[in-house]
Design a protein around this ligand. Sequence first.
Ligand code: F6R
Length: 610
Amino acid sequence: MCGIVAAAAQRDVVPILVEGLRRLEYRGYDSAGVAVLTGDEIQRRRRVGKVTELDQAILDQPLQGGLGIAHTRWATHGEPTEHNAHPHISEDNLAIVHNGIIENHAELKEMLKAKGYRFESETDTEVVAHLVNDQTKQGKDLLAAVQAAIHELQGAYALVVMSKADTSRLVAARMGCPVVVGLGEGENYIASDVQALLTETRRFQFLEDGDVAEMTVSGVRIFDTDGNPVERKISESSLSADAVEKGEYAHYMLKEIFEQPRALADTLSERVAGNRILEAVFGPKAQAIFEKVKRVHIVACGTSYHAGLVAQYYIEQGAGLPCRVEVASEYRYRNPVVSEGALFIAISQSGETADTLAALRYAKESGYLATAAICNVPESSLVRESDICLMTRAGPEIGVASTKAFTTQLVALALLGVALARHNGMTDRIERAYIRQLLHVPVLVEHALKLEPQIREWAKHFADKRHALFLGRGPTYPVAMEGALKLKEISYIHAEAYAAGELKHGPLALVDAEMPVVAVAPNNALVEKLKSNLEEVRARGGRLFIFADPDAGIEPSEGMEVMTMPDHIEPLQAPLVYTVPLQLLSYHVALIRGTDVDQPRNLAKSVTVE
Ligand code: F6R
């Protein structure tokens, strides 16, 4: 939530900052701002809305400078207004951009007001601006002032400060929110994410919690919590700048849906050989851990939580191990009982989701056998802090609605399920059969994508509705949940998912011609039961839209549209393949309704606040 970019260069940094913001917009997009030092004057432009609004403001009233900071916001404290937009300035002395939440901002504000500081916004960030300013007024240089000020802060932050008193440097600090330093030739940068800086550099250093960095055009010095200089590894990013461009697609979401065959193949590649899983891909400690696992506890948020719910089937039915799945925001405050031999698994696209990270940190202190991460961002906190991990190789996911991250999580979790099953009595023959099925998933997804023209037609039946129901049973129940989440987040149609067997226990009362009902119907052991549930809907005048296996015996009829899925989808593959038409359905409904598909209202891609 919120993206920050900063740069120190011997040229005008404004274009670097604006391009960086554009690439970070997925993190928040209700307002944006930039501040630069011109001579010893701080110049600032801020606008409500997206980065294009800020861009226009800069065209109307140009500004330039060699030292600058910028921010795209997702409001936490205070409405998305211009006066709440960052950068915030303290007494015309210094400017700051901040991502995160300062939990003790109210008491700090009282203390600062008592000292005579005036507040112009409702944000928690302005408190930090005044705190740092107060320290500089006591004679400290910018680095020392930031180091002193952050000792007063409780909560999470990634921040960058620029001061008129020191026109050659920027100071950044990290606690709980990501900060990356980009190393250029005669210029350097700071951002929330490498994506912001890929047009400028591929060389990055990742700050750790408690770190403070001082950056000039010629170098970067990093200090740990105790103020001691530290070296942070320099990594070379393999991402290309255009990996985050839309290319021929109208939206990132559509591009990312169509990237799934490749992303799934990449996630499987080099992880299996001879149709057997290579356990070493989970890391050197994995085998010793897998031997001791007696149960599994999965924790995640949103779409990643839905992936966990599917994995429960892979782990309980495939590996024969008890598996519990829950949302991170509940888990972290529940004092869970941890049994012997429990493996904790956190799933996250970004690896920076505040609740999931807090859950991982809690788990590390709670007596689990080990912690594992399924994640899409190798440099993320989640990956760095887990004992073992398996990376999804989805590539950058920019659309706020998660698509390829979800299906690649499923394939990674299926691999993990097979690895655990191997230690719990799965035969080589079954392992080989499962791996063969997984390797065939990219082809099946390719076939499912060909349904797009028909799905576009179906979308017309949803575009004017206010509600929709999604039904599934067994491992495709979480797929229905994911379908409902996609529809609500990008089209703003209220959508709920139910286990189809639950319908008659209440939600059937909602069914009428105005409530389209979507069902996913693979040909599995539950299909006959599902068919009875669908009849219950039809008998109440409900309009059904069913994605069905060709052998499920479900034919179109009055009130019942049926779209035939590719042939021969095995139970292990079904959650992966049936997800795809639901993604396309929500995309096309949103397109007709004219909503902002890639950046839906009130949401942000990376939820680094609680
Ligand atoms: C929905 C969506 C969110 C995320 C959730 C967790 O489309 O993207 O529900 O899945 O915020 O994010 P990660 O996976 O980054 O932890």
